[in-house]
Structure formats: C-alpha cells, structure tokens
Design a protein around this ligand. Structure first.
Ligand code: ATP
Ligand code: MG
Length: 592
C-alpha cells in the first residue's frame, strides 16, 4: 500500500473527550471517527484490525467444531416473549426496539439465544446430531446507560457469539472447557494477556460462568484474586470471609433504645456515639439497612437488606438472592432503592433510622451471613432520631430475617480456598462463557429425541467475545507515549518502508525494491511515499503503531538501511538483508 493513497489523517493533539489511552490514540490515529454521540465509524485502518481480530477468533471457535452462521439483527418480539426475556430487557431498558410500518415491534439484537434456540429446534432433531455449536460475528445493540471510552462501551458493537447444544450436562461441560481453551488460544494469538475469573450469569442466566479479563487500571470491572490458590472472581460474584469486628467494650448486653438526634448515616452515628460514652465503637458494630423496591411480573415487593455497617451491599448478590426467594414469580425485572417517602411508609421514620426491628413493614428482609451470629450491635429503631444499642439480629429482629451472602468482598477478605487475604485489581471484560442449562430450551420448547426415543430439552451453553472491545483492550495493553504498539497479528500492516530523501533516486529505488519484495513474501507493507518531512512520517507511524519500520536514507550509499521494531532500538542492517529480517521478525511476532 502506498501511504499517499491511504488518506492518513492523524491528529497531533489529544481529543478532549477521550479519557483513556485507547480512545485517545484510536481517534488521534484516525482509526475511529465519531459519527454521533457514542457512535463510531470504523475507518480503513481499523477495519483491517477488526477483520484480523475477527478472523483469529472465528478460527479458534471453528477449531472446536463451531459452525459459523449469520443471524438477523432485527429480532421478533414474539421470540423474546417465548423465552420470557422480552419483559426483563424492556424493564432494564437494555434493548433498543424499532417498529415497522405495520406496527410490528422488533428488538435490535443485544444477544441471540432466542434466535439460535429457535433455529436449533428446527434443524436438530436427534441426539445423534449433538453436540453442535453455532456461532456468528455480528453487530449487537445495547442501550447502555453510560456509553464511554470509545470502543470499550458503545451502544453498537461487534461481538462473536457462540451457542452450543447438548444432550447432557457432561457434554456441555466438555464443550465449556473446550471453549475456555479456545478463548485462551485466541487471546494469546491476539497478543492479549487475558485470564478467566468466576462471574455472575446476569440477565443471560444459567448455572456457571467465567469472564475473560484483560488487566488494566481503566477497566470497569473489579477482580478479587488469590495468588496462592488461583481463585479469581469478579467482585459481583466473589465470595470470601469477612474479618471479625474489633471489640466494642461499652456495648450494652441487651437492646436499649437510644436517642441519636439528627444522625442517620453510619459515620454520623459512630461519631455521635463515640462522643456519648462509646469511644471504641466502629462502623462494623452497626447494622446497615438498605431499603429497595423489587419488581417481578407478579408485582412489587418492598425489601430490606442488611449488611455490617463497615461493608457495602452487593446488589448483584441481592438480586440473585431475591430471584431464589421469588422464583415462582419469574425473574426480578427491576431492583431500585426506595425513595424517601417510601422509606417513611416502610419504617414509620425518616431515612437513616431503618432497622430489622419492630415497625419494619417490608415483604422480605434479608441479611448478610456475617451478621448471623452477631451480638451487641447498633441498628436503626424505625423511629426518627433513635437507634437501638445492644442488638443481636438472631434474637431481637422484629421481622423474619433470611440470611444469605449479600456483602461486597474487598481486598483483604480471606480467600474462600486458601484463607489468605484476597487481592484486588481492575480488568476489562473481553469475553464471557456461560452454562445455560435448559433455561431457554425449556421455555421455548426446543427439544430433541433422545436415545430413549423421548423428547428432551437441549442443554445449552453460550459464549461471547467483544470483537470490537478487544481492539480497545489491545491498545490499552500495548501503547507508549508516542502511540499504539499493535501486536503484530492484529496490526493493520506489518511493516512500513520510509524513504527519507525524496528526490534521491538511489534511496527511492531501494525503498521501492524492499517494499515490493516484502509484498511478494506476503508481508503487509506500506511505503511512505508522501511528500512530507521524515519527522512527520516517523511520528505518524509511531502513533499508528505499525510493528516494524525500514528507513532508507543516507546509509544507502554504504549499503545500509535502518530497521526498527515499534518499541525497539534502531539497528543498521545491510540493505540486502532487510527483507529477510522483516520476514523473519514478522513471522516470529505473529507466531508469538
Ligand atoms: P459488560 O459487563 O461490560 O457490560 P456484559 O457482561 O454485559 O458486558 P456479555 O453479555 O457478556 O457483556 O457480552 C459478551 C462480550 O461483549 C463482553 O465480554 C464484552 O467483551 C462485549 N461487550 C458487551 N457490552 C459491550 C458494549 N456495550 N460495548 C462493547 N463491547 C461490549
Ligand atoms: Mg459479560
């Protein structure tokens, strides 16, 4: 490719809207064009990168036996109603919908379990056809609350989504493991350091799931892990042991209603009590009661959730606990904190004084297991300006309390496997694998004939890789102050040949020869034939992140060219070995 024909349009300045490196560098390099709020045009260089990512991903999924298909983006409401997910996705407002001229409503694919399950029900009749996996690489739409960070979180993105169908749990387990291994291979080939963590199944549902994460400070996910046991989980899901609270020596042994005028938050209550005879009280001696409204298809529920005062409530765990309690009513469509007037109705008190004691009017009260055996605590009294001191939830609760795991695990809590302190880091979720079981096949009556000649619902798994998010994650993992440093396997081009003395026939001819020979050897090469200063050329190629560069300049008279890997030092090499050097280095870089 000739650079003069590539319409290279780089920016010297950082765009003000870009907060993270990948967004900034992809915009500066002209890889991305902002076409609207959170909407991006993929420019020619990005298209090449995306195609390479897509090819490697497709290649590895196909290597597990996956069959590639293309599903429609417009999906019928009726299909989503058959699985029961139309309501969930409408309630969470995740799905974008459109209406055709006849008034029929369609969802724009946020994922495709319904469409593929319907397909499998039609084309897979017998256990002899199982297992089978279908996959695609296609546009997805999600009406994200906060689209941001360029390709990282967008309303429209490219995803590889695969769906496997089985006659047994064992067969699903085998494919799930094969997929995990395929993901490992794909991310390695893509030049990404990704690792699997235990994950929540979320709105997709099912019994087991792992996310693949790329470690990055700008990642939106928090991961808890233990270097000793290898345990690693998304914070939404992580379990662990919370250290015991220190002693509160002045705690009353039995409940006493105590005035706490005007102090509602945990910090205020602690400060007030410290100043009023309890110098050693800590937030961990308080019960924090958070009030919610949960909606199911059957109606609304008022819910109280209690955790220790020094800890945060994990809303994902609360949603899962409520789903189990309210299973008969279908999924939880919405969980939102109560507003002040709802809190007054539920407690008879101003916000800040709620507790699992007499006067609490909720349909369910849950408490974190760390509170189960706790004694001599402080709780809101459901009376404005009052708390109860010396409270033991197991004996003194005024409502039935259901204990479950509701706490957000933090670094320092004990690993569930080794007991050592967990560590924390941030990550970008680039892929996800789920065991779905029969959730969709049962709801949609997608069945096959088993060896017993009876009909059985398919056992299913589903697997996603954020093809376009992978590009952003790769830039996050591979950049420096000058620009992007693409892993060779996904770079838009492998090598750029830069003649630095325009008008010098020997230089130009050497550059042209190297360029042509590289192309003949299958190297994706660019020759920078633009009429601009060498410094401008170097800056552009550093920003664009092309892995290798050959510079033909003054050295030609001595038979030398400069060879440089994007993040390496300049080496002077004989012009005669330039092509062989590039070929060897590109092949080695792609092989990883
Ligand atoms: P997140 O937690 O980041 O919102 P998710 O768990 O909802 O993602 P999945 O349903 O697991 O996403 O989708 C599979 C993959 O698609 C994700 O692992 C991610 O790489 C990618 N992806 C999901 N949402 C987006 C988005 N809004 N923009 C770009 N990529 C996305
Ligand atoms: Mg996910």
């Amino acid at each position: 490719m000739r650079a003069s024909k590539m319409n290279i349009s780089t920016l010297r300045e950082d765009p003000s809207e870009a907060e993270i490196a990948s967004h900034r560098l992809l915009l500066r390099g002209g890889y991305l064009h902002k076409s609207g709020a959170g909407l991006y045009l993929y420019a020619p260089l990005l298209k090449r990168v995306l195609d390479k990512v897509a090819r490697i991903v497709a290649d590895e999924i196909a290597s597990t036996g996956g069959l590639e298909i293309v599903m429609p983006i417009l999906q019928e409401q009726a299909l989503w109603e058959a699985s029961g997910r139309w309501e969930t996705y409408q309630a969470s407002r995740t799905m974008l919908t459109v209406r055709d001229r006849g008034g029929m409503v369609f969802g724009l694919a946020p994922t495709a379990e319904e469409v593929v399950t319907d397909y499998a029900a039609h084309v897979v009749k017998s256990h002899k056809q199982l297992p089978v996996t279908f996959f695609q690489q296609h546009t997805k739409f999600r009406d994200e609350i906060r689209p941001r960070f360029g390709l990282m979180r967008v309303k429209e993105f490219i995803m590889m989504d695969a769906y496997s169908f089985h006659s047994s749990d064992e067969s699903l387990d085998a494919t799930y493991q094969a997929m995990r291994a395929a993901y490992d291979r794909a991310f390695r080939r893509l030049g990404l350091e990704a690792f699997a963590v235990e994950a929540d199944s979320g709105a997709i549902g099912g019994s087991g799931s792992h996310e693949f994460m790329v470690a990055a400070d700008v990642g939106e996910d928090t991961i808890l892990y233990c270097p000793e046991s290898g345990y690693a989980a998304n914070v939404e899901r992580a379990i662990g042991t919370v250290p015991a609270a220190a002693n509160w020596d002045t705690a009353p042994a039995a409940p006493i209603i105590t005035p706490t005028p005007g102090v509602g938050t945990i910090e205020q209550v602690v400060e007030y009590l410290r100043a009023h005879g309890h110098p050693s009280i800590m937030p961990a001696h308080l019960v924090k009661t958070v009030l919610f409204v949960a909606k199911t298809a059957a109606g609304s529920h008022s819910v109280a959730a209690c955790v220790r005062g020094d800890r945060s409530l994990n809303e994902v765990k609360l949603t899962n606990a409520l789903s189990r309690l309210l299973a008969a009513e279908g999924p939880i469509l919405l969980l939102r904190p109560m507003q002040a007037d709802e809190v007054r109705d539920a407690t008879g008190a101003d916000p800040g004084f709620a507790g699992p004691v007499k006067g609490l009017k909720v349909s369910r009260c849950l408490a974190d297991r760390t509170l189960e055996g706790s004694t001599r605590m402080v709780t809101g009294a459901n009376l404005t300006d009052h708390h109860i001191l010396g409270f033991a939830i197991a004996h003194d609760a005024g409502v039935p309390v259901i204990f479950d795991d509701l706490v957000t695990i933090v670094p320092g809590d004990a690993c569930p496997q080794s007991g050592n302190p967990l560590q924390g880091k941030r990550g970008i979720e680039v892929g996800h694998v789920f065991k779905l079981g029969t959730k969709y096949s049962q709801a949609m009556k997608a069945e096959f004939t088993g060896a017993d000649q009876k009909l059985h619902p398919f056992v299913m798994g589903c697997y996603g890789i954020g093809t376009s998010r992978v590009v952003a994650a790769a830039v996050e993992q591979h950049h420096d102050a000058d620009g992007i440093c693409w892993p060779c396997a996904i770079a838009p081009y492998h090598c750029v040949v830069v003649p630095t003395k325009s008008g010098d026939a020997a230089v130009e001819q050497a550059a042209e020869t190297i360029y042509r020979e590289l192309a003949a050897q299958g190297i994706e090469a660019v020759i920078d034939d633009r009429d601009v200063k060498p410094g401008v050329k170097f800056k552009d190629w550093d920003l664009l992140g092309i892995p290798f560069r050959v510079v033909c300049g003054r050295g030609i008279t001595e038979g030398l060219v400069e060879f440089k890997a994007r993040c390496g030092a300049v080496e002077n090499i004989p012009v005669s070995s330039a092509v062989a050097t590039v070929v060897e280095r590109v092949r080695a870089a792609i092989a990883g």
